[in-house]
Design a protein around this ligand. Structure first.
Ligand code: EPU
Length: 418
């Protein structure tokens, strides 16, 4: 059941409540390993990547109980330090266990992480930073890593070459129980970093500067359990907004933080949509008469998110005029381009740049998704296209979207898994 049949959809209408953020839930669940007591994580999305994280926690000895969107984790007796290759290979975020397990157990054995293939995704900045904090990597061969920490991590000043989300999170996980103070310069500023720091602060961690480019962490001796609600998923929200812009209609998003998608709202208004935002709702109205986006450059938060690039490229295929995309974060995040071409789009892509000239209409075809956000972009393009399309690789959607088809169906989309 990993194929979707998508038929031309006339418009999307209604309300949708936005799920908890995948990229917050994964580091927060990983961080529960550091707590000596029970943690309850609420608004945790039902996703395959969340299940992998919970499987890893269980394999390390944590007690995990999932009840719909609430997860209870007791890591007080977790005492294993090995993570299997098959679990590590299932997603990129598995690398966050490097900092967490080494901090808790003093040693860790794992393999290189998997995840969507968006070009090379090295972990050199993670390793360099944690090594500066006292991680000894005694084996780093054939994709296997065996690392030890003498007693505890030491605080250190880390200068990240770029504000990497994962490296910032790994350093935070290592630093909260370290000896002394850690300073992260050029830290990632994404809302998901703030959410991780909020969770850890509730557990007793001493963190200042989350959301700014310098984060300071003073290590504490122990973290207690807590209850925490995961923030809404800004990329899922962006997906519904992009779909409505492209397909047309009137959709209200509930349970979001509109500030997190300010840049998305600004662009949607510029291209011709009406967007009404309050603190935690956003309503979009679109008559499908869209203007080109000009230049869209992906950047770390608060810039335009790389995770929204494919969605906005889909919109630009039927917008009047020329849009230029510059993908600055990942080297190979244009795998959706060939598939959009099959629908009749006009796109010229070379290296990090893609030039899209809007066409009058797209026509349905057989499509193959190759990554999570690319898959969502192909679905919304296929909803706009005349006729029907079949998308293979729909399993990518399950990594990031809870109830993807049923949520879109409720809004009027003609979509089903076959
Ligand atoms: N990089 C290195 N060395 C490192 C770490 C990163 O060269 O040690 C490079 C990467 O190769 C990439 C750039 O730095 O070119 C940015 O990578 P970053 O570390 O910020 O990304 P990530 O932590 O691997 C997270 C999200 C991605 C999102 C990016 C950028 C999670 C689980 N993943 O990845 O989300 O695109 O940040 O915002 O939080 C998605 O949800 O579909 C997704 C891919």
């Amino acid at each position: 059941m990993n194929r979707l049949l998508i038929e031309h959809t006339e418009g999307l209408y209604g309300r949708v409540s936005i799920q908890g953020a995948k990229n917050s839930a994964l580091p927060i669940l990983t961080a529960t390993l550091l707590c000596d007591d029970v943690c309850v994580i609420e608004n945790c999305p039902n996703l395959s990547d969340v299940d992998v994280t919970l499987d890893i926690l269980s394999s390390l000895g944590a007690k995990v109980f999932k009840d719909r969107n609430n997860v209870t984790i007791d890591s007080s007796r977790a005492n294993r330090h090995r993570i299997s290759k098959s679990m590590m290979a299932k997603m990129r975020a598995s690398i966050l266990f490097l900092g967490a397990v080494a901090s808790k157990m003093g040693e860790v054995e794992l393999c290189l992480p998997g995840g969507c293939k968006l070009g090379p995704r090295p972990i050199d900045w993670h390793i360099e930073a944690l090594s500066k904090m006292g991680l000894n990597v005694s084996c780093n061969c054939n994709g296997k890593l065996y690392c030890k920490v003498e007693e505890k991590f030491n605080g250190a000043e880390i200068n990240l070459p770029l504000p990497s989300v994962g490296a910032t999170e790994n350093i935070i996980l290592a630093a909260v129980l370290a000896k002394g103070k850690t300073i992260i310069n050029n830290a990632a500023r994404e809302p998901e970093i703030c959410d991780l720091c909020d969770f850890l602060s509730k557990c007793g961690a001493k963190i200042t500067g989350a959301g700014e480019n310098q984060i300071e962490i003073v290590g504490v001796n122990k973290l207690c359990g807590t209850k925490h609600k995961v923030i809404p998923d800004r990329i899922v929200a962006t997906t519904f907004l992009a779909a409505t812009a492209m397909v047309g209609g009137n959709v209200k998003l509930e349970n979001i933080v509109s500030e997190h998608i300010k840049i998305i709202i600004d662009i949607l208004r510029q291209i011709g949509c009406t967007v009404n935002a309050t603190f935690n709702t956003v309503q979009i109205l679109s008559d499908k008469k869209l203007k080109a986006q000009g230049e869209v450059i992906t950047e770390p938060y608060p810039g335009f998110p790389t995770d929204a690039q494919a969605l906005f490229m889909a919109i630009s295929t039927v917008s009047k005029g020329i849009s230029v995309f510059v993908e600055n974060i990942f080297k190979n995040r244009y795998k959706h381009v060939d598939e959009l071409l099959k629908l009749g789009a006009n796109i010229k892509a070379l290296d990090r740049i893609a030039v899209v000239t809007g066409v009058k209409e797209l026509r349905g075809n057989c499509l193959n998704a190759k990554d999570l956000r690319g898959a969502a972009a192909l679905v919304i393009a296929a909803m706009t296209a005349k006729g029907s399309s079949i998308l293979t690789g729909a399993e990518y959607l399950d990594r990031g979207y809870e109830n993807f088809e049923s949520n879109f169906k409720k809004l009027g989309a003609k979509i089903k898994r076959i």
